[in-house]
Design a protein around this ligand. Structure first.
Ligand code: MG
Length: 331
């Protein structure tokens, strides 16, 4: 496929849909049911997704693109994510729900404060490839990734992980070898004045002063943690496939080093737990590398939710090009 952004969008969606069947399960249960390989969509999603239907990760990625398509920048993205939530999707992350409910740009900061500044799930990382897919590049990509993540996940670990991932996708698509691309993306993460970026974007305001202060105090440590977990992933280490953002990032970096698309995605699916999200992030990386998907995964691929701008029975191959074009035109 010659459009790397469309290819990556299809890649992450197909990986998410493969993982839908094994989410929250243990490797033992998955292997007892499916054997040692996992090469096609299967029933068994705890949220009732049919084979070929992708979960909230891909749905929110597409909702973000639809948000860019309606114009209005970050406000447009927030409105589009709220449209998605208001239509009652089968699965929604807890912090995502509470952040989007407020309807303001500082909803993520409020939700983080309400969690006692503890919540650092993967709900921002899982959808952030959208920003690179929408055509942002360089420093604008880094800034946008930070702000779009913080709409729901304002912990500096979540924000830094997303800035790393989008820069990683850009470097890989440009043809950099895996390890060099990761190191280049870590430098992008280190260069960004993230606190200033979020302040300018309206994520922090008068009513989220404590979140602002906490972010400032923890940002340096957060970057160090992301750096350590990326380098651990580069060595192939997978601590856990939990929903904690750094676990997801490390696992995806480790899995997506493999030679083929399926070899990047299948281990994430077979390890269970938050398998759809780890697979989705690994699928984004595999897509940016230009790895070809198994052809049988594309024709049945759909998103498991209907909301303004998307229908559940639409085929991704048929409808993604228009979504992508709208996002690139930015309304
Ligand atoms: Mg999911």
């Amino acid at each position: 496929m010659h459009d790397p952004h469309l290819h990556t969008l299809l890649s992450l969606t197909a990986a998410d849909a493969l993982g839908a069947a094994t989410e929250f399960k243990t490797p033992e249960v998955i292997r007892a049911h499916s054997g040692e390989t996992f090469t096609d969509y299967q029933p068994g999603s705890v949220f009732g997704f049919a084979p070929g239907e992708a979960t909230d990760d891909s749905q929110m990625t597409v909702a973000t693109l639809l948000g860019y398509g309606r114009g209005g920048g970050l406000e447009g993205v927030l409105a589009a994510l709220r449209d998605w939530l208001d239509a009652g999707p089968p699965d929604v992350g807890g912090l995502t729900r509470s952040a989007l409910r407020s309807g303001t740009l500082d909803g993520g900061a409020r939700a983080w404060a309400a969690s006692g500044f503890q919540s650092a799930g993967n709900g921002g990382l899982m959808r952030i490839a959208a920003v690179w897919v929408a055509g942002f590049t360089g420093e604008a990509l880094a800034r946008e990734a930070a702000a779009v993540t913080a709409l729901t996940h304002t912990d500096p670990r979540c924000v830094a992980a997303s800035v790393f991932l989008t820069a990683f996708l850009e470097a890989l698509q440009a043809g950099q070898p895996y390890r060099e691309a990761a190191e280049a993306a870590l430098r992008v993460m280190d260069r960004l004045d993230t606190r200033r970026t979020l302040l300018d974007a309206g994520i922090f305001g008068l009513s989220t002063q404590q979140a602002h202060t906490t972010f400032r105090d923890r940002e340096r440590g957060a970057r160090a943690q992301v750096r350590a977990r990326v380098r651990s992933g580069l060595e192939g280490h997978v601590t856990s496939q939990s929903g904690f953002v750094l676990d997801t990032l490390e696992a995806a970096v480790a899995h997506a080093r493999a030679e083929t698309w399926l070899a990047c995605v299948e281990p994430a699916v077979l390890l269970g737990d938050d398998s759809d999200t780890v697979a989705c992030v690994a699928g984004a990386v595999a897509g940016a590398r230009g790895l070809e998907l198994p052809a049988h995964l594309l024709p049945p691929l759909r998103l498991g939710h209907t909301w303004p701008g998307w229908e559940r029975d639409w085929l991704c191959t048929g409808h993604f090009p228009a979504v992508l074009k709208g996002a690139r035109d930015r309304g």
